[in-house]
Write a protein that binds this ligand. Sequence first.
Ligand code: URA
Length: 229
Amino acid sequence: MRLDRFLCEATGLTRSLAKKALSRGEITVNGEVVKKGDIKIDEQLVCLEGRLLSLRPPRYIMLHKPQGYISASQDDVHPCVLQLLPAELAAGLQCAGRLDLDTTGLLLLTDDGQWSHRLRSPRRACHKTYRVDLAEPLAAGTIERFAEGVLLHGEDKATLPATLDMLTPTQVLLTIQEGKYHQVKRMFAAAGNRVTALHRLQIGDILLDDTLAEGAWRHLTPEEVASIQ
Ligand code: URA
């Protein structure tokens, strides 16, 4: 593996921060300062500021996000979802996709950048299912409109086909294949309605574990990890 990739994977640093650590002379390989990340490393001892680095297996976490938490690692105003995990587990994890402050439900966290990228990639169209509470009864024709695609305010392309299942006149299940900014709320706004509560139940084949209370988490099973291809 290349040294720069090893540094990112072993520390959770971004590529640009790893490059800076290298150029500042903070990295040694078998005791020698190395300033370029393009060398191959195998069994050598790599240290960052004298601390020996090792790869730990990637972590994949399912969290039942409560309202009032922000899907980020740091925020000046609101508590962050990472604060719901033990500090030693949270270090280096990133949210694989986001939920709004007031949205609840399934949030995935990982330190595996490639897995997270696959999950979020528009090309792979990983389906996400939400339970949506609405201010007004669902208008006639909304199911068909969402299936055809809706042009959201400020966008030049319609949304990809989405599936809507009515549970009650003001509660629906919506499955979408993208993750545009505030997509669900904007889709219902485009249909003349307003979302009053939003809860994510599923991403691809990964279902929110119904034994997890709000704020609780668990590791993904190997099958759940492998389901994101
Ligand atoms: N769509 C939204 O509008 N909000 C979310 O949190 C997720 C999807």
